[in-house]
Write a protein that binds this ligand. Structure first.
Ligand SMILES: Cc1cc2nc3c(=O)[nH]c(=O)nc-3n(C[C@H](O)[C@H](O)[C@H](O)COP(=O)(O)O)c2cc1C
Length: 198
């Protein structure tokens, strides 16, 4: 084999960084709960949809199945401590909203709570549930995406640096923040099209 200078580190979940988000749910007793998730991402444009993956053991798992709804909330880098806390204890025995000092806001479109303090909150209804292995894949149709006004540009687009999301690196198990833009999508490559066409 050609020496590429790379080392195969195995069948590792190396698609990183991943988003780091809190999934909001109401459980069977109607208690608002949050779970920290790193296995998450966008999976469809129309209908707008995202995916999250959960172990069956999570309290959140049964809540989504019974309510067929959940929210995905994006914490800021400054929220890393409280967001991490929501990945350390279970809603079975903890009121994570109260303990983390977060405020639940009932979703307008989905039967799930959002985090008032976080800059972006996405309401979803459960579209599909696929059993995979250690984790099962939940596909949620996005019904609404709430963004704090201070994170919006005058043209209505989201300014990611003002959102200040947290990225998770499965490799070293650390949280990171955004550095800055390296170019405009569907645009920076155009100069190469021109060069190839010459
Ligand atoms: C950085 C980080 C990422 C996590 N990602 C996931 C994930 O993608 N899926 C999952 O099932 N659990 C994940 N967890 C663990 C859950 O957040 C944790 O088990 C939590 O206590 C579940 O809460 P619940 O029992 O109230 O649902 C993660 C935890 C941390 C700290």
């Amino acid at each position: 084999m050609v020496d590429t200078g790379k080392r195969n580190i195995g069948a590792f979940t190396g698609l990183y960084p991943t988003p780091f988000v809190l999934c909001g749910t109401y459980d069977a007793e109607g208690r608002a709960n949050l779970a920290a998730l790193a296995w998450a991402g966008v999976c469809c444009s129309a209908p707008p949809a995202l995916q999250i993956s959960l172990r069956k053991s999570r309290h959140t798992y049964g809540s989504i199945v019974s309510r067929r709804a959940f929210t995905v909330n994006i914490p800021r880098a400054d929220d890393a401590r409280v967001a991490d806390y929501c990945g350390l204890v279970s809603g079975r025995t903890h009121d994570k909203f109260a303990e983390a000092g977060l405020t639940p806001v009932r979703g307008e479109f989905a039967d799930a709570p959002m985090v008032d303090e976080f800059p972006v909150c996405i309401e979803c209804r459960l579209l599909h549930l696929l059993e995979i292995g250690s984790h099962d894949l939940f596909v949620g149709e996005i019904l609404a995406c709430w963004v704090r006004g201070s994170c919006l540009e005058p043209d209505g687009s989201v300014n990611p640096l003002r959102v200040s999301p947290i990225a998770f690196a499965p490799g070293d198990g650390r949280y990171y923040e955004l550095g800055g833009s390296v170019g405009r999508a569907f645009d920076i490559g155009k100069s190469l099209i021109k060069a190839v066409e010459k």
